[in-house]
Design a protein around this ligand. Structure first.
Ligand code: ATP
Length: 319
C-alpha cells in the first residue's frame, strides 16, 4: 500500500484533529502518501481530495472541530453514491481509507471495504456510544465542558436555593449524563438506558430539601426527552420552581483534553498500522488501556452498554 485516504464524518468531536494528525504523520513516517478527503463521504463523491504533508497537520493537535470538515451525505447510503466514491479513490490511486466518526461513518466504511477497498474505522464522537471501545474520541473533552458548565450553574443554584435541570447530549447513550452526574454529585441522573422511577426523583429532591440542602442538580440525557417538559412535571409534583439549562452544542466544541489528544494519537496511528498490515473492515478502540481492533460488522451489530455499577453508585452517593 502506497497511498491512503483519511476523512472525518458525522458529528464533529474534539480530538478529531489530533487523530488526523496522527494518521498523516504515522503514514508519512512509513513512507506512505496520505490524502485528506474533505466533508466526509460527500467530499469522497465530489473528489474534494488533497495530498497532505507533514506541515498540513501542524498546529491542529490542540484545536477542536475537524480540519477536514465533516458532513452528512445521504447519497453515500446508495450503491450509486458508493461507486462514485470508489471511482474517486481509483482516480487518486488511494488504496485504503481511514474513516473517523460514529456508527453511520462505519457503515460507509463497511460498504467501501465490501467493494474491495480496505477501510479502518476510528471512533470519534462525544456520545461514547460505540461498542468495542471503552472511550470514543471527544467524550472526555465534552464531559469536562459539561462539568465546567455545571460548576458554574451550581453557584447560582446555591445562591438562589434552586433546583436546576440540565440537559446534556446523548441520543441513545447516557454516558455523558452518567459520568457528569457522578463527577458533579447530581441528585438524579436520567438516561435512556433505564426507565427512571419518577417518584424516586421526587423523593430524592424532598429528602435533600428536608435535610436543609440549598440546591439540587438533575442531569437528563437528551435521548430521554425534553428537559423543559421534565422540569414542569417536577415542579408540579414537588412544588418547586426549577430552572432548566440545555447545554446544546457548547458540548461539541473546544480544545480537546489531554486524554482525548492522547487517545486520538494512539487510535489514528494504530489504524495506519492495521491498513499497512493488510487488515480491512476493522474498527480500532481502547479497552483496559490497550489498543484493540474489532470486525466493523460485529461492532455495527452490537450495542454499547452503559456501566451499570457506575449508575448504581451514582444512586448510592446521592441518597
Ligand atoms: P455521530 O454519531 O456523531 O452523528 P455518525 O458517523 O454516526 O456520527 P451519521 O450521520 O449517522 O453520523 O453518518 C455519517 C455519514 O456516514 C452519513 O452522512 C453517510 O454519508 C454515511 N453513512 C451512514 N449510514 C450509511 C449507510 N448505511 N451506508 C453508507 N454510508 C452511510
Amino acid at each position: 500500500m502506497k497511498k491512503i485516504g483519511v476523512l472525518t464524518s458525522g458529528g464533529d468531536a474534539p480530538g478529531m484533529n489530533a487523530a488526523i494528525r496522527s494518521v498523516v504523520r504515522k503514514a508519512i513516517y512509513h513512507g506512505i502518501e496520505v490524502y485528506g478527503i474533505k466533508y466526509g463521504y460527500q467530499g469522497l463523491i465530489d473528489g474534494d481530495i488533497e495530498k497532505m504533508e507533514l506541515g498540513s497537520v501542524g498546529d491542529i493537535i490542540q484545536r477542536g472541530g475537524t480540519k477536514l470538515y465533516s458532513a452528512r451525505c445521504e447519497e453515500f447510503k446508495t450503491e450509486e453514491g458508493q461507486l462514485k466514491g470508489i471511482e474517486q479513490m481509483k482516480k487518486h490511486g488511494i488504496e485504503g481509507l481511514i474513516a473517523i466518526g460514529g456508527d453511520g461513518t462505519f457503515m460507509g466504511a463497511k460498504k467501501i471495504t465490501e467493494k474491495g477497498y480496505p477501510c479502518i474505522g476510528v471512533p470519534g464522537t462525544i456520545d461514547n456510544d460505540i461498542p468495542g471501545t471503552d472511550f470514543t474520541i471527544g467524550f472526555d473533552t465534552a464531559l469536562n465542558t459539561i462539568i465546567d458548565a455545571i460548576d458554574k450553574i451550581r453557584d447560582t443554584a446555591t445562591s438562589h436555593e434552586r433546583t436546576f435541570i440540565i440537559e446534556v447530549m446523548g441520543r441513545d447513550a447516557g454516558d455523558l449524563a452518567l459520568w457528569a452526574g457522578l463527577a458533579d454529585g447530581a441528585e438524579s441522573i436520567i438516561i435512556p438506558e433505564f426507565d427512571d422511577d419518577f417518584e424516586d426523583i421526587i423523593d430524592r429532591l424532598k429528602r435533600g430539601h428536608d435535610r436543609g440542602k440549598k440546591h439540587s442538580i438533575i442531569i437528563v440525557a437528551e435521548g430521554v426527552g425534553s428537559a423543559v417538559d421534565l422540569g414542569q412535571k417536577i415542579d408540579e409534583a414537588a412544588g418547586l420552581e426549577s430552572r432548566v439549562t440545555v447545554l446544546g452544542h457548547t458540548q461539541r466544541g473546544g480544545s480537546p483534553s489531554a486524554a482525548d489528544r492522547v487517545l486520538a494519537s494512539r487510535l489514528g496511528a494504530y489504524a495506519v498500522d492495521l491498513l499497512l498490515n493488510g487488515q480491512a473492515g476493522r474498527m480500532v478502540g481502547i479497552q483496559q488501556n490497550k489498543l484493540v481492533d474489532h470486525d466493523i460488522v460485529e461492532i455495527l451489530n452490537s450495542k454499547h452498554e452503559i456501566d451499570f455499577d457506575m449508575y448504581r453508585l451514582s444512586k448510592e452517593l446521592s441518597i
